[in-house]
Ligand binder design. Structure first.
Ligand code: NAI
Length: 695
């Protein structure tokens, strides 16, 4: 049973029971319909209380039924709501904790609603590129008014039940600590005899200045919804509640819901939603794997990354000690941390007390003895194997048994790093992204000897410090940077063939990237890639890459930090200005290569850069570096500014069609630097079999 039925006197209590949040899956809907009908048929029952077991009234649709025919199998949510609303005996929704999406729509179908304070009330469908499709857009305005309903439906943001206490959404919001069930049963007893039964659908939606309000709302929502169609559709359906009779509004809502279900934007958002949940699951590390306690942390290196990493721990309330080689470097690192917190206070993102509390959790040292007792240490020193070796040998010598030894390396071989210690099972990669206190992605690099409990601890830690952890195997660049390498190679080749940085950036930003490759490189520092290319030139001299980026770096044009890079920057400003020097350098370089520069279409730029990601992603998947294609998508969505409405590179490739992607890749393979386009065997196989990456 996924809805329980009990009787207390003359009141039947129907309790949704489908952990974890009483999602309204088929079994729950069926059992609820049966329970309501049973109560209706029982002459001893005068009223019904509908509530949810455990930690929610109901979180809405059951995500396990996403994309499954079960969601449309009778009784649908519509039918359940209709059965409740048409019931001849009063149904009282007893709301607590979480009442969202379909859960709120169900409550709105009840004749009465009572709640505990602190319950989160929301219609969050817009976050999945949808709108509430079971009457929410028509019933909510009838109880909270047009303005509040529009805001809730368009943003999906939860509102606390006590804030809604004055509206017709709730007949009563009880005092904190009230026994909800007892109070709801008492309420049901009081209203049991009242007829006619109040129905939300029978109420009118009034607004003193309806048309002007809707016009303003349309304009405001349009301006901020970017590539996503759902927010505007939400406005139109909520507007219909005020302009159409209820049944027509309901039909309109249904039609717009079904339309949004089919949009690529909603499919991409639903993919990302599921992908995020999937990323935390490792097939060979069961959910009940014991985790190590993390109560003290240490960070080695207080540079760009070390400081940000330390802030993550302090923000989560975990004391952290930062180790440096000189007092000067330590002071500089700690001063930057302080400045970052002060900026947050100035911008109103953090209160002064909290900032001081967090700063107080961060201490500095020059001595390894002071970090020996930490439960985890994260190394963030220079990207040089020699320096990493010396740090890990010292860590191995001093750290307490059971401590996790992590490296923030972006490209180096984690297994070699682990081998510098006598405890490779305790070594793991924790690859943060810059700025480390802001960026959500955390690549968790699993070495060949990394212990399962260490992995499980890293996954749990990523949640604690509010990161999205994605596991990667060991390879040069892991998932994200290994793919980025191919993406950048194409960007640089395009310069040689006829494009300029500003054209490439505009094309990629037009596709939806937060930032094109050249603006991104200027922000991150062009010297980082230069250093890596120099190492690769020794390790893998056969890999061809454009010299343009080297010519840039030889002039010290490292990007924003040096006031010049692929673009020029006015002192103290971040606005990228196209550079005459770069144009000249690029054109001269093409001439030196004997290339006749040609006009390059934006579509070619997008295709080459995105398909370079896809092809490398397919190799990464086939090699088992990534566990699933959706993990690759999450890396790109949360760490590299890939457009969310396109769902990540692998998902996007599927929407284009893998055979079509492969055909384009084969075309490029026959052209200049075709060796960069060797199709991934997995891509070839899937395209031939007509399958997608997920299958
Ligand atoms: P950075 O040059 O800003 O900072 C490195 C710090 O380590 C310096 O403050 C230096 O004094 C200190 N250091 C050097 N040797 C040390 C030692 N033996 N003991 C203690 N401290 C020592 O470098 P950044 O950018 O913070 O990079 C650090 C690591 O993070 C590298 O492995 C890098 O590949 C990786 N990384 C960098 C990212 C970035 O965007 N900058 C992104 C992700 C990872």
């Amino acid at each position: 049973m996924s809805a329980d039925y009990t009787v207390q006197g003359s009141v039947a209590v129907v309790t949704l029971n489908n952990p974890p949040v009483n999602g309204l899956g088929l079994a729950t809907r069926s059992a609820s319909v049966d329970a309501i009908r049973r109560a209706e048929a029982d002459p001893g029952i005068e009223a019904i209380v509908l509530t949810g077991a455990g930690k929610a009234f109901s979180g809405g649709a059951d995500i396990r039924e996403f994309n499954s025919p079960k969601a449309l199998t009778e009784p649908t949510l519509h039918t359940l709501i209709r059965v409740v609303e048409d019931c001849s005996k009063p149904v009282v929704a007893a709301v607590h904790s979480v009442c969202m999406g379909g859960g709120l729509e169900l409550a709105l179908g009840c004749h009465y609603r009572v709640a505990l304070p602190g319950a989160q009330i929301a219609l969050p469908e817009v976050k999945l590129g949808l709108l509430p499709g079971a009457g929410g857009t028509q019933r909510l305005p009838r109880v909270v008014g047009l303005e509040m309903a529009l805001d809730m439906v368009v943003t999906g943001t939860p509102v606390l039940s006590e804030k809604l206490a004055g509206t017709a959404l709730f007949d009563e919001v009880f005092a904190a600590g009230t026994d909800l069930l007892a109070a709801s049963i008492a309420f049901a007893g009081k209203v049991a005899a009242q007829r006619p039964l109040p129905k939300v659908r029978a109420r009118a939606v009034g607004h003193p200045d309806r048309d002007a309000f809707l016009a303003t709302a349309r304009a405001a929502v349009k301006a901020r919804s970017g590539a996503f169609p759902a927010p505007l559709e939400c406005v139109e359906t909520v507007a219909a509640s005020a302009t159409l009779p209820f049944e027509e509004g309901l039909a309109f809502e249904r039609a717009r819901f079904l339309h949004l279900m089919q949009t690529p934007e909603s499919k991409a958002l639903r993919h990302a939603f599921m992908a995020e949940r999937a990323a935390s699951k490792l097939p060979d590390v069961p959910a009940d794997t014991p985790v190590r306690r993390i109560e003290r942390a240490a960070v080695v290196g207080a540079g760009t990354m070390g400081g940000g990493i330390a802030m993550n721990f302090a923000n989560a309330g975990i004391p952290v000690t930062v180790l440096e080689t000189s007092q000067e470097a330590l002071d500089k690192g700690l001063a930057t941390i302080r400045k970052n917190y002060e900026n947050s206070v100035r911008k109103g993102k953090l209160v002064q007390d909290k900032a001081e509390q967090r700063i107080g959790l961060i201490t500095g040292t020059l001595s390894y003895e002071d970090i020996a007792g930490a439960d985890i240490v994260i190394e963030a020193v220079f990207e040089d194997m020699g320096v990493k070796e010396s740090v890990f040998r010292q860590l191995d010598a001093v750290m307490k048994q059971g401590a996790i030894l992590a490296s923030n390396t972006s490209t180096l071989d984690l297994d070699r790093i682990a081998a510098f210690t006598g405890r490779p099972q305790d070594v793991i990669g924790l690859h943060f992204f810059s700025p480390a206190n802001v960026m959500r992605l955390l690549e968790i690099v699993r070495g060949k000897e990394t212990g399962k409990d260490v992995l499980a601890t890293a996954m749990a830690l990523s949640k604690k410090i509010k990161k999205l952890g994605v596991v990667s195997g060991v390879c040069d660049g892991f998932i994200g940077n290994r793919m980025l390498e191919q993406y950048l190679r194409q960007a640089f080749f395009l310069l040689e063939e006829g494009a300029l940085p500003e054209q490439v950036d505009a094309a990629m930003e037009g596709f939806g990237f937060a930032m094109g490759p050249f603006r991104m490189s200027d922000l991150a520092g062009n010297d980082v890639g230069w250093y890596i290319r120099k190492r690769r030139a020794v390790e893998s001299p056969h890999i061809a890459y454009s010299k343009t980026a080297d010519l840039l770096c030889e002039q010290g044009r490292f990007g924003q930090k040096t006031g010049a890079g692929w673009y020029d920057y006015q002192p103290g400003e971040r606005k990228a200005q196209p550079s005459a020097w770069v144009r000249d350098m690029v054109e001269r370089h093409s001439a030196e290569l004997g290339l006749v520069r040609r006009p390059i279409a934006n579509s070619e730029i997008v295709e080459r850069l995105v398909y370079a990601l896809v092809n490398e992603g397919a190799k990464i998947l086939e090699e088992g570096i990534a566990l699933r294609a959706s993990d690759i998508d999450m890396v790109y969505l949360s760490g590299y500014g890939f457009p969310l409405h396109r769902g990540g590179p692998m998902f996007y490739a599927e929407t284009v069609g893998l055979p079509k992607v492969l055909e384009a890749i084969r075309g490029y393979a026959a052209g200049r630097h075709g060796e960069a386009w060797l199709p991934a065997p997995l891509l070839e196989r899937l395209a031939q079999e007509g399958k997608g990456f997920a299958g």
